[in-house]
Design a protein around this ligand. Structure first.
Ligand code: M6R
Length: 362
C-alpha cells in the first residue's frame, strides 16, 4: 500500500500533484470560470454576506488562514479565522448574513462539528470543506465542497492541507465571480493554478535539497519559522509539521513581530526557516532575517529569484507564480524538511506519539 515508499507520509507528500489535479478536475471551465455546482443551493445568498468566518483545527486551521486572506482580497468581504475550540465557546456575532466555512479532512473533528452546529443554530450559511465523503460535518453543512485528496493515512496531514487551500481558493474565486468582481484578477490566478501539479512535481525533484536542509535541525531543540501575510500561514503549518513528526519544538512568528520579543531567543546556532514569497513584503522579511543572522542564527530561506537575500546559509528560489498560490507550493519543502528531520531522529513518522488521525473527542 505504500507503493514502494518508506512511509505513508512520504507517499502522501508525493501524491500531491495528483491530489491537486483531482481536486481541480471539472472545476475550471475554459481556463476562465470556476464551476462549483455544490454551491447552487446557496449562490443567491452570496450578495447578502457581510462577513465570513473560517473555522477549523490544526492544519485545517492553517488552510483557513490562507483561505480567509484570499477571500477578503478577492471579494472585499471581511473575514476572520478561528480555531474551532475557541469559536464554539466564544460568543461569535453571527446571523443570516454571515458565511461560516468549516474545514476538516476527516469531517469528524469534535470541536469543528460543535462549532458548525453553533453557527447553524445562529442561522449562518454553513459551507464545509471535507475530504471524507459522507462524513458528519459534510452531512450537516448546507453545502460541502470536497477536496479530492484520496485517503490520508499518515497522522501528519500533507496532501489534505494543500488540497484544502486549493478548494478555499476556488471558493473565493467562485464567490468573486458570482458577485461580478473583475474577472482579470481570477483569470490570472486560474492560468497559474493549472500549472500547480507540474510545479509541485518540479519541487519534488529537489527532495535531496530539503533532506540536506533537515540536517540543520538534527541536533536542535528549537526551530524558528518566520513569514508575513500569506507566508505566515505557511510557516505556522511548517512549524506544526516539524513538531508533530520530529518532536523538535518549533514556533512560527510573524516576521515583523520578532523584535517585539521572540528575537530574545535567537543565539549562535539557532535555526531560522524563513518564507518570503509575497513580492510586496518579501524584502521586509529578508531584513528581519538579517537581524537574526547578526545574532548568530543559521537561516534557510524560501524566496523569489529577484530578491536580494544577503548572507543566508541556504536559499531556495520558488517558481515564479501568482503570489496567492505560493502557500500551496512552499508547503511541500516544509513538509519534506519536517519529514527528514524526523527520519534523522529515528521517529515513527506515520504514527507520532500522543496524536490520533481523527480527534473525535474534545
Ligand atoms: O480531520 P481534521 O482536518 O478536522 O483534523 C484537524 C486536525 O486535527 C489535523 O489537521 C491535525 O492538526 C493534523 N495532525 C495535522 O497534521
Amino acid at each position: 500500500q505504500k507503493d514502494g515508499y518508506d512511509t505513508f507520509m512520504l507517499k502522501e507528500i508525493h501524491e500531491q500533484p495528483h491530489a491537486i489535479s483531482e481536486t481541480l478536475r471539472g472545476r475550471i471551465e475554459n481556463k476562465e470560470r470556476i464551476i462549483l455546482p455544490e454551491l447552487d443551493v446557496i449562490k443567491s445568498r452570496f450578495k447578502t454576506f457581510n462577513k465570513a468566518y473560517f473555522i477549523a483545527c490544526g492544519t485545517a486551521y492553517h488552510a483557513c488562514l490562507s483561505g480567509a486572506n484570499i477571500l477578503e482580497r478577492l471579494t472585499g468581504i471581511p473575514t476572520s479565522t478561528q480555531a474551532a475550540s475557541e469559536f464554539r465557546y466564544g460568543e461569535p456575532i453571527i446571523d443570516e448574513k454571515t458565511l461560516c466555512i468549516f474545514v476538516s479532512q476527516s469531517g469528524e473533528t469534535a470541536d469543528t462539528l460543535a462549532a458548525l452546529r453553533l453557527a447553524k443554530a445562529k442561522k449562518a450559511t454553513v459551507i464545509a470543506v471535507a475530504n471524507v465523503l459522507g462524513s458528519t460535518i459534510s452531512r450537516e453543512a448546507t453545502a460541502t465542497i470536497y477536496t479530492c485528496a484520496g485517503p490520508e493515512i499518515a497522522v501528519a496531514s500533507t496532501k489534505a492541507y494543500t488540497t484544502q487551500v486549493i478548494v478555499l481558493l476556488l471558493l473565493a474565486m467562485y464567490i468573486a465571480q458570482t458577485l461580478g468582481k473583475k474577472s482579470e484578477i481570477y483569470r490570472d490566478i486560474i492560468k497559474d493554478i493549472i500549472l500547480l501539479p507540474k510545479q509541485i512535481k518540479n519541487i519534488l525533484k529537489d527532495e535531496k535539497i530539503f533532506e540536506k536542509y533537515a540536517n540543520y535541525l538534527k541536533k536542535q531543540h528549537d526551530a524558528y519559522y518566520i513569514g508575513r501575510n500569506l507566508d505566515y500561514a505557511s510557516v505556522l503549518e511548517g512549524a506544526l509539521k516539524l513538531k508533530e513528526v520530529s518532536y523538535i519544538h518549533a514556533d512560527a512568528y510573524i516576521a515583523g513581530e520578532l523584535k517585539h520579543g521572540p528575537i530574545a531567543l535567537i543565539e549562535k546556532g539557532s535555526v531560522v526557516i524563513a518564507v518570503a514569497t509575497q513580492p510586496h513584503i518579501a524584502t521586509k522579511t529578508i531584513s528581519n532575517i538579517q537581524e537574526t543572522i547578526a545574532r548568530g542564527a543559521k537561516v534557510i530561506l524560501f524566496t523569489l529569484s529577484n530578491e536580494e537575500a544577503g548572507n543566508v546559509d541556504e536559499i531556495y528560489y520558488m517558481p515564479n507564480i501568482n503570489p496567492i498560490l505560493q502557500a500551496i507550493l512552499v508547503a511541500v519543502p516544509l513538509q519534506l524538511i519536517a519529514y527528514y528531520a524526523a527520519k534523522l531522529k529515528g521517529c515513527d513518522v506515520d504514527k507520532p506519539r500522543n496524536l490520533a488521525k481523527s480527534v473525535t473527542v474534545e
